[in-house]
Ligand binder design. Structure first.
Ligand code: ADP
Ligand code: MG
Length: 368
């Protein structure tokens, strides 16, 4: 394992600017998720790191050594970087063990490295199977084991769980996370799935139009997004018009404390005047209509997700709000019902004119 450092990397395909200036550092042993919509440049970034593309501008360093620059590039096979592709691409004519042992030297084979990594990914006992007799999830496990086997300095995973169904994905995420951890791998996971990024990674780097627009721990990216677009992309957002006065905002849901964030241009200097505030649906709580301290809202939609439910509502003045309901014992209000809503916790402020986004309501990235 080694530190990975990407400095101002740019890459164009003809007139398509796939990477427009990427800066990113992944500390040794860390798992970072690069989260971005389709076409934002995620795969291109991985291909540059792996050495399958040359850079137009910038440098890539692995373990303190420069492996890529426009005029000098270490060939892929000498970078000791492993790639787990979207679909495993196993050798069909080799057993599971032989797939994993393929790139290993004799010493590593003798030391039983293949079986050890198969154990890490939860495939002990399936070493002699042929790939076509494995499920999709098992095949991806083999692909991860094969990537880890030669102890690469960096492991790159390009949407490795895409082809799998929801239940399997969750389980595989966990196991792959544990395998990467146990092996101390420095890893970059590319995904367009915000839940996957937030749940698996030590840090999340949000990518848009060929650049990283924010990176940091999942809690920070979710709780203090740098702009409305990031806010909407990493989770469901509730936007309220507000008049801000220092540490408090007057909103249609009453007065809400706001958190000034150091270095945030939106609150550089005392935040005063018309702005808008961001809340997350889990900050909106419900009460029977008319309870003092609540504002009355009408339910317009109810989406049940099993582990929680999302209630979309409108206030009397038409402002949309959404609440996440966790308690499975509560029967959620029905469409057309009136409920009392209030805010808990603090809000983030954003300039009200900053509308170059698609925020409005829910910013869940659509499934591809
Ligand atoms: P992502 O993985 O985030 O979906 P990609 O890195 O695959 O994004 O693509 C970024 C942009 O670069 C897209 O506009 C895509 O169409 C373009 N692109 C990617 N690879 C090529 C290529 N080989 N030739 C031309 N354009 C490409
Ligand atoms: Mg891609």
């Amino acid at each position: 394992m080694a530190e990975l450092r990407i400095v101002d990397v740019r890459k164009a395909y003809g007139r398509v600017h796939a990477l427009t200036g990427v800066n990113l550092t992944v500390r040794s042993g860390m798992l970072i998720a690069v989260l971005g919509p389709s076409g934002s440049g995620k795969t291109t970034l991985l291909r540059c790191i792996a050495g399958f593309e040359t850079l137009d501008v910038g440098e890539i360093h692995v373990g303190g050594h420069r492996v890529a620059a426009p005029d000098a590039a270490t060939p892929p096979e000498r970078r000791r970087i492993a790639v787990v592709p979207q679909e495993g691409a196993l050798f069909p004519h080799l057993s599971v063990r032989d797939n994993v042992a393929y790139g290993l030297d004799r010493a590593a084979r003798r030391a039983g490295r293949a079986d050890a990594v198969l154990n890490l990914v939860g495939l002990a006992g399936l070493q002699d199977r042929m790939p076509h007799r494995l499920s999709g999830g098992q095949q991806q496990r083999v692909a991860v084991a094969r990537a880890l086997a030669p102890r690469p300095r960096v492991v790159l995973l390009d949407e490795p769980f895409n082809a799998l169904d929801a239940g399997l994905r969750a389980e595989l995420r966990q196991d792959v996370w544990q395998a990467l951890r146990a092996d101390g791998a420095t890893a970059v996971l590319v995904t367009h799935d915000q839940a996957e990024a937030l749940s698996m990674a030590d840090e999340v780097a949000v990518m848009r139009d060929g650049r990283i627009v924010q990176s940091g721990p999942p809690e920070l990216v979710y709780g203090s997004p740098v702009d409305p677009w990031v806010a909407g992309f990493v989770g469901e957002a509730v936007w309220l018009p507000a008049t801000v006065d220092g540490s408090r905002a007057r909103t249609p849901l009453g007065t809400v404390p706001v958190t000034p964030v150091a270095g945030d241009p939106a609150v550089g200097g005392p935040a005063v005047g018309p702005m808008r505030v961001l809340l997350r649906p889990e900050q909106i709580t419900l009460a029977p209509p008319g309870v003092p301290g609540t504002v009355t809202a009408t339910v317009v939609q109810r989406d049940f997700y099993g582990h929680d439910a999302m209630l979309s509502m409108r206030l009397g003045d038409g402002t949309p709000v959404a609440a996440r309901i966790f308690d499975p014992a509560t029967v959620p209000p029905a469409v057309g019902d009136e409920v009392g809503v209030r805010v808990r916790g603090t809000a983030r402020t954003f300039p009200s004119h900053n509308c170059h986004d698609r925020s409005g309501q829910s910013g869940r990235p659509s499934a591809e």
